[in-house]
Design a protein. Structure first.
Length: 289
């Protein structure tokens, strides 16, 4: 019985030795193949080195020495790789556990962030609804204001039409039938609405120099508030005309070469050394015949 066990033990030992032998033979074959490949590469490099300069040849020789020296370290590197593989497996197992924990933490953070964003969106939607309600209310107010404004405009137009109808035509100081005369701001606005003439308001004080109004020089010479009279000098087309003792709201007329109709000065207010009124000019340029 013992002989049989010894026999099997020897067979197992022989099998193990054969396995080891095969392993070493395989390793030797791999190393030999590697060496053959490396020497082939070195031979090819040496063949190409004949075309290179001296420095390149020295580098190839150094590479050959390095490859030859590295063969002795292959066995040590294999053992080191096996040890590194075991350590890598252990660290991988640990890393997998840590990764799971980090993934759970990250999922919790994402869930909290999602809940916060949903709450923020809900809050913003509420604000938008409130803003829309406010805007609708303001729009209704604006619509009401627009309607009221239209009513006011229509009323103003009606008042201006009535004012224009009340204005009368008078003859000016040159005997020419004047356009309608405005005696205040409301009536002047009504005349502007008609669009028959251009109107330029002025406020002139007595001075040593004339005041330019619509291309015409007006020079206040004298005022008499008690009698509502004034004297003004007019300079136009290089001509000077003095209009003496004219009365308030009287059309003071003079001609300018470009127009058939006369210019008209109307003074609505006279104070000491001061007059306020407007200058009416034709709109159509047409020389007199």
């Amino acid at each position: 019985m013992e002989n049989r066990e010894e026999y099997f033990a020897r067979e197992d030992q022989i099998a193990n030795e054969r396995s080891k032998t095969f392993v070493w033979i395989a390793i030797a074959v791999v190393l030999a193949a590697a060496n053959v490949f490396l020497f082939w590469r070195v031979h090819r490099l040496e063949t190409q080195a004949s075309l290179w300069n001296t420095t390149t040849s020295q580098q190839i020789a150094a590479l050959h020495d390095t490859v030859t020296a590295s063969d002795a370290t292959h066995f040590k590197n294999m053992e080191a790789l096996q040890a590194d593989l075991g350590e890598a497996r252990r660290q991988a197992a640990m890393t997998a556990g840590q990764a799971k924990q980090e993934a759970l933490k990250h999922a919790d953070r994402l869930a909290k962030q999602l809940a916060d964003e949903q709450q923020q969106v809900a809050s913003e939607l509420t604000e938008v609804k409130e803003t829309a309600t406010t805007a609708t209310s303001k729009l209704a107010d604006v619509t009401t204001d627009v309607a009221a404004t239209k009513t006011d405009v229509a009323s103003t137009k009606s008042e201006l039409a009535n004012t224009v109808a009340d204005l009368k035509r008078v003859r000016g100081d040159m005997g020419v039938l004047s356009d309608r005369i405005a005696t205040n701001g409301t009536e002047l606005a009504a005349l502007r609405t008609l669009g028959e003439r251009n109107y330029f308001e002025f406020n002139i004080a007595k001075s040593k120099t004339p005041q330019k109004v619509a291309g015409v020089q007006l020079w206040l010479k004298k005022t008499d508030p008690k009698r509502s009279r004034f004297t003004v000098q007019v300079e136009a087309d290089d001509k000077t005309v003095e209009k003496r003792d004219r009365t308030i709201n009287e059309p003071v007329q003079f001609y300018v070469s470009k127009y058939r109709q006369p210019y008209e000065i109307v003074v609505n207010e006279i104070t000491k050394d001061h007059i306020v009124g407007y200058l009416a000019t034709p709109k159509v340029e047409l020389a007199r015949r």
